[in-house]
Design a protein around this ligand. Structure first.
Ligand code: ADP
Ligand code: ADP
Length: 236
């Protein structure tokens, strides 16, 4: 089934002013549940704008979108916030961790925002996720004392904290060295394979894109390419 459907999505900035500019010119896109998709395109083509719309952080100027069968276009702010918290996980290029917090505290944060007060289940879930990303031993280390690759692994664990349907990653490996980038990528791939989480990953890295199920190409606010790839062999 389609997890995500975009139908004629347009986005303009500075609407109603002389600076009004349309940056997305009618995006049609469907993503199936369980897909791992790369979004590529030159700087300024609208990738972040598109991710912000799909992630319910920003509204389109026109067009329709549904997530898991729910039409998001008509939802009010409270309903959007609720759906975002439960359905979407985010990974950013600059991880946006709280640097004075430990790895575990960072991963607990989305659960805390959702449920209001800490409980033992949250710690269990955080520790399970940190084990999964290979940071079990580092759970009580502050984020600021960890490497860039480790911090990005925490960010991936945090994105999975609420068990989202869809993870949106905006150049998640953009500031990592090749080995760390591959490691963080494989981690996301593993969550995708083992838990069925759907991923949409912005990347400029052709080696990583080649390991995705599908590559979509955005140029000047239009989808110009959409290519499914043969299944890649599981890494050992
Ligand atoms: P990408 O992520 O592909 O680099 P963006 O979505 O960030 O592209 O930007 C697409 C275009 O929209 C660019 O021309 C950018 O300058 C413009 N833009 C992005 N955000 C805003 C904003 N908040 N206000 C006005 N223009 C914006
Ligand atoms: P990226 O290329 O990684 O998307 P940018 O440097 O283009 O990052 O954008 C960083 C932030 O600035 C984004 O939140 C974007 O929406 C905003 N932005 C980009 N271009 C403009 C613009 N022309 N006017 C206002 N905000 C903008």
């Amino acid at each position: 089934a389609d997890l995500l459907v975009l139908d004629g999505i347009r986005k303009s900035y500075n609407v109603g002013t002389p600076a009004e500019t349309e940056v997305l010119h009618g995006i049609d896109l469907a993503m199936k549940s369980g897909e791992f998709v790369a979004l590529m395109g030159p700087s300024g083509c609208g990738k972040s704008t598109l991710l912000n719309i799909i992630g319910l952080l920003d509204r389109p100027t026109s067009g329709r979108m549904s997530i898991d069968g729910e039409d998001t276009t008509s939802l009010d702010e409270a309903a959007l916030t609720r759906l975002r918290g439960h359905a979407i996980g985010f990974v950013f290029q600059y991880h946006h961790l709280i640097s004075a917090f430990t790895a575990r505290e960072n991963v607990i944060m989305p659960m805390l925002v959702d449920r209001g007060r800490p409980d033992a289940r949250m710690e269990e879930r955080a520790d399970e996720l940190l084990d999964h990303v290979g940071l079990g031993k580092w759970r009580n280390t502050r984020a600021m004392n960890m490497s860039g690759g480790q911090q990005q692994r925490i960010a991936v664990a945090r994105a999975l904290a609420m068990n989202p349907l869809l993870v949106l990653a905006d150049e998640p490996t953009g500031n990592l060295d090749t080995a760390s980038a591959q490691g963080v990528f494989e981690l996301m791939r593993r969550f995708n394979r083992e838990q069925g989480t759907t991923f949409l990953v912005v990347t400029h890295n052709h080696d990583l894109a080649a390991q995705c199920d599908r590559i979509i190409q955005l140029v000047d606010g239009r989808l110009t390419g959409d290519r499914r790839q043969p299944a890649v062999a599981d890494s050992p």
